[in-house]
Design a protein around this ligand. Structure first.
Ligand SMILES: NC(=O)c1ccc[n+]([C@@H]2O[C@H](COP(=O)([O-])OP(=O)(O)OC[C@H]3O[C@@H](n4cnc5c(N)ncnc54)[C@H](OP(=O)(O)O)[C@@H]3O)[C@@H](O)[C@H]2O)c1
Length: 375
């Protein structure tokens, strides 16, 4: 029996994790639930699963609620270290999940990571802590889960290239001159995946793929030139790994996050599931194309940040979090997201990515873009 704690239980990944656990009661047990501020859903989930450990980053009252013992980011850091926890699912929205992720790794817990922003903001620090404390870090992101599975076909040092696929989002064929007029509602119409608002906007700008390139670099210890992106509008092939002999191994499945979540929770075991199965004859066609840089400037910015390294990816991520929030609140245009990220990157003097520098760079970028919310 694996005992699971979920950070971000009220979100899309959090709820799908609970669905996976509901289906496998003999193997998985929820022992902890935490979220940002939705205490009603949190308490309902805690009641359903009989969970004692609950946490909230932003509690409803000034004083800690008696029903929710762990409060604030520091509360979540203490919660993930509790003895009854084996696996911590990290699925909060953004780099705010960094400290609890580090706390879980420092306590030797297995971390199943959905929140890619954590690895973009502080990949070097996180990977070092995972290694130092012998705490496994397993990807939930479908592309990285696919890559992780495909890499098992050979030795890591024999990996030549990793290809991450991208749906291309809802604006793959939209005339470029109309991009300024893209509405929030249009950006939230993802063709293949049903996800939270922030990642859905990131998919439309393709910043999501840029963040995933940086995430993959850290997770798999690859050079930036080894990680490529192809648009694959069917979202069936999630990742392809090319080995030095030219053999390419891919991972295919229907776009359903419950499969990579289950894989991460049970790894290295695989169990039979009732999830819908892939029937290639019903899909018919699998297509691949190179992304157009003019259409996806955020993808280019992410590659640029990764090339510069140090705290530049931290700034890319923080600026993007602020910009996407502003777009979702109707304060800026869709095309301003890339502009704001570029503005922050241009103004930033990168430093080596120590934890201290990462925290400073994150706070600096948020302050620059007028959001005083350091991680
Ligand atoms: N959804 C997917 O299919 C998918 C796939 C791959 C990776 N991911 C990654 O998984 C993470 C979660 O995605 P999601 O789609 O589940 O997001 P979501 O549905 O928007 O849920 C986000 C979770 O984060 C909390 N949250 C809300 N505002 C927050 C803030 N300002 N700071 C931090 N957390 C906040 C929410 O809590 P409250 O409800 O209490 O506000 C909720 O529990 C993201 O990093 C995303 O990139 C998601």
């Amino acid at each position: 029996m694996r005992r699971v704690l979920i950070l971000g239980s009220t979100g899309s990944i959090g709820k799908q994790t609970l669905d996976v656990i509901r289906r496998l009661p003999e193997r998985l047990q929820v022992v902890g639930l935490a979220t940002y501020r939705d205490h009603k859903t949190l308490l309902a989930q805690a009641a359903e699963f009989g969970v004692r450990l609950t946490g909230l980053i932003e509690p409803p009252h000034a004083s800690p609620s008696e029903h929710i013992p762990f409060v604030g980011v520091e509360g979540l850091c203490a919660m993930v270290q509790c003895a009854e926890v084996d696996v911590v699912v990290v699925a909060l929205g953004g780099a705010i999940a960094l400290k609890p992720t580090l706390a879980a790794l420092e306590a030797g817990k297995t971390v199943a990571l959905a929140t890619k922003e954590v690895l973009v903001a502080a990949g070097e620090v996180v990977m070092r802590v995972s290694e130092q404390f012998n705490a496994p870090l397993l990807p939930i992101d479908s592309e990285h889960s696919g890559a992780f599975q495909a890499m098992l076909a050979g030795r890591r040092e024999h990996v030549a290239r990793l290809i991450l696929t991208a749906s291309g989002g809802p604006f793959r064929a939209r005339p470029l001159e109309t991009f300024d007029a893209i509405t929030v509602q249009e950006a939230l119409q993802h063709p293949n995946w049903d996800m939270g608002a922030k990642i859905t906007v990131d998919s439309a700008t393709m910043m999501n793929k840029g963040l995933e390139v940086i995430e993959a670099q850290h997770l798999f210890g690859l050079k930036l030139e080894q990680v490529e992106v192809l648009i694959h509008s069917q979202s069936i092939v999630h990742a392809l790994v090319e080995f030095v002999d030219g053999s390419v191994i891919g991972q295919l499945s229907l776009p359903d996050m419950r499969l990579p979540i289950q894989y991460a929770l049970l790894y290295p075991e695989r169990v039979d599931t009732e999830l819908p199965r892939l029937r290639l004859e019903q899909i018919g066609q699998l297509t691949f194309e190179t992304p157009d840089p003019a259409r996806y400037p955020c993808l280019e910015l992410a590659y640029e940040a990764a090339r510069i390294g140090g705290t530049m990816p931290t700034v890319l991520n923080a600026a993007n979090e602020v910009a996407v929030r502003a777009f979702l609140q109707g304060r800026i245009r869709f095309t301003d997201i890339a502009r704001m990220v570029e503005q922050a990157m241009t103004a930033h003097q990168p430093l080596p990515a120590t934890l201290e520098h990462v925290m400073q760079a994150d706070g600096w970028a948020r302050a620059l873009l007028q959001e005083q919310k350091p991680i």
